[in-house]
Design a protein around this ligand. Structure first.
Ligand code: ATP
Ligand code: MG
Length: 300
């Protein structure tokens, strides 16, 4: 890193750089991405603090519906923090404080009285490490819909003749097909999910997320623990899902971001969104020198 004096960034605060330290000043115009479709998520002036650590700084960005938005940037720049703000997963972190606004379809996510269970149903999440429940493949898929009261196959339901077993079977097949896992598991639905390979477990987690009919799917490095073939499957899926869902995906893999996303947001310097635009523009002709250096692999 160069020995430059601390300089001010676009928000007139000293830039504490995590990578690519320069005297570059970011410009608001670099973050103003114009797109044709509808806005699914509108984030405005989002600040996140963990205790005294200012992890995200005044981030504003609109995320278009039915598309793939990639979030990239060096480790610690706040990508996971940003993602977790979108369905209020940060609420679970005691030290986290969030200022600013996130709107889903024009409705404020951070207002009092928001039903967090419903919110996380609409805005589902798939994590970096697959985390299936230690239950059967079938039970992993039906867990969410059961919790939401959408299907009931319990003893009481059977006794009162309101058994939803057939609906549950259809749901399991639909979700597993959507996640491109059905052909591999259709004859072992009652086996424990922990017996699946890592790549299969990750697709199962995606199927579990899809089973509750989300509108937005958040993915935090969903393929980083997978081999190239399993990664390619996840990438294909992400592109297909964008026909119906709004997908926001964190990745460290620049080729992957370039391949699968419609627009890319680059976070740098300790929680600052530096540039957000069409993926082609970000990778071929970015405005920021630091973004160019980062996406071309010069640092990070
Ligand atoms: N639960 C937490 N408690 C305290 N600080 C946290 C917590 N989670 C994240 N942070 C801090 O917030 C900053 C952003 O972290 P975050 O996990 O969002 O980065 P990231 O971009 O996802 O990094 P990586 O690429 O390594 O996953 C870091 O400085 C991190 O140490
Ligand atoms: Mg992260």
């Amino acid at each position: 890193m160069s020995e430059t004096e601390p300089v001010t960034n676009g928000t007139e605060r000293p830039a504490e750089t995590t990578a690519g330290e320069t005297d570059e000043r970011t410009r608001e115009a670099w973050r103003e991405y114009e797109f044709a479709g509808e806005t699914k998520l509108a984030v405005e002036d989002l600040d996140v603090y963990y205790g005294d650590d200012h992890a995200l700084k005044r981030v504003s960005m609109d995320i278009p519906e039915e598309s793939v938005t990639a979030l990239v940037g060096p480790s610690g720049c706040g990508k996971s923090t940003f993602l977790r703000c979108l369905n209020r997963m940060n609420d679970r972190i005691g030290t986290a404080r969030i200022d600013g606004s996130v709107e889903l379809d024009g409705q404020e996510v951070y207002q009092d009285g928001v039903d967090l269970v419903e919110l996380r149903k609409q805005v589902g999440m798939v994590f970096q490490a697959p985390n299936p429940f230690p239950k059967s493949i079938r039970d992993n898929i039906t867990y969410g819909p059961r919790q939401h009261g959408d299907i009931d196959t319990g003893l009481l339901a059977r006794l009162t003749g309101r058994d939803d077993s057939e609906a549950a079977d259809r749901l399991v097949e639909r979700a597993l097909r959507q996640a491109a896992l059905w052909d591999e598991v259709e004859d072992r639905l009652d086996d424990n999910a922990m017996g699946l390979s890592g790549g299969q477990q990750q697709r199962l987690c995606l199927a579990r997320c899809l089973a509750v009919d989300p509108e937005v799917i958040l993915m935090d490095e969903p393929a980083s623990a997978l081999d190239p073939i399993a990664t390619a499957k996840i990438e294909d899926l992400v592109e297909e899902l964008a026909e119906e869902y709004t997908v926001v995906v964190v990745t460290h893999n620049m080729q992957q971001a370039a391949r699968i996303s419609d627009q890319t947001a680059v976070f740098l310097t300790g929680g600052e969104l530096v540039e957000y635009d069409d993926t082609g523009k970000i990778f071929e002709d970015p405005e920021s020198q630091r973004v160019e250096d980062y996406v071309s692999g010069k640092f990070g």
